[in-house]
Ligand binder design. Structure first.
Ligand code: TMP
Length: 197
């Protein structure tokens, strides 16, 4: 390969624990409403599953993640920070953070930057790619928990590696490969394999 291996890493669900923090914050905000425990989550969109559970609960979810401080305070997915730091130090690898913002951008956008600065450091602000359409981003690998990533490019340059999350454990990935976690070291083997291509 003439260039370095470009690895695109999603934020929500891969670096930051959107699902866990949404559930915790929801329980705090709506203690008397039913909720969906993480082991019962299905489908990418939290609000859709809540709305099916009971009319109006979808809007409650939106209220939770639209709040000031939500994106800034997301906890890290175990091991993610250490892993992407190590990944970025690997020879012939370039890492980019590739994330889709909420249309309600008032807090989300700046807080994503704040999160990266806090957890990874100022230098990483250079690595942020904010886009609603990841198919037009040119990379070799995209690590993302959303099972079905579509957009303007029918055949994106990257291979999508699905990061395992509570909402996709039962999802048919139609042959796509998974990365289950950042903690057992398998991500290193995956990257080494891509580097050899
Ligand atoms: P991602 O595909 O880069 O992880 O983008 C996730 C974006 O979608 C993030 O801004 C949060 C938003 N989102 C919702 O609005 N509702 C949801 O139920 C989920 C899971 C994410």
């Amino acid at each position: 390969r003439q260039s370095n291996l470009r690895v695109l890493v999603d934020m929500d669900g891969v670096l930051c624990d959107f699902e866990l923090y949404l559930l915790e914050s929801y329980k705090q905000k709506y203690p008397n409403e039913p909720c969906i425990e993480l082991q019962d989550r299905e489908g990418f969109w939290v609000k859709d599953q809540y709305e099916k559970l009971k009319e109006g609960l979808g809007a409650n979810c939106v209220n939770v993640h639209n709040c000031k401080g939500f994106f800034k305070n997301l906890p890290e997915i175990p091991g993610s920070i250490e892993a992407v730091k190590e990944l970025s130090q690997m020879e012939n690898v370039d890492v980019f953070l590739c994330t889709s913002p909420l249309n309600y951008y008032k807090y989300c956008m700046q807080e994503k930057y704040a999160w990266v600065e806090k957890h990874l450091g100022k230098n990483w602000l250079e690595k942020i790619i904010i886009t609603k359409d990841k198919t037009v981003v040119n990379g070799h690998v995209l690590i993302d928990d959303k099972p079905n990533i579509t957009g303007a490019m029918l055949q994106p340059s990257w291979e999508h590696i699905v990061f395992t999350s509570c909402h996709n454990t039962g999802t048919n990935l139609h042959g796509k490969r998974r990365l289950d976690n950042w903690t057992d070291g398998t991500w290193r083997d995956l990257i080494e394999e891509f580097k050899k291509r």
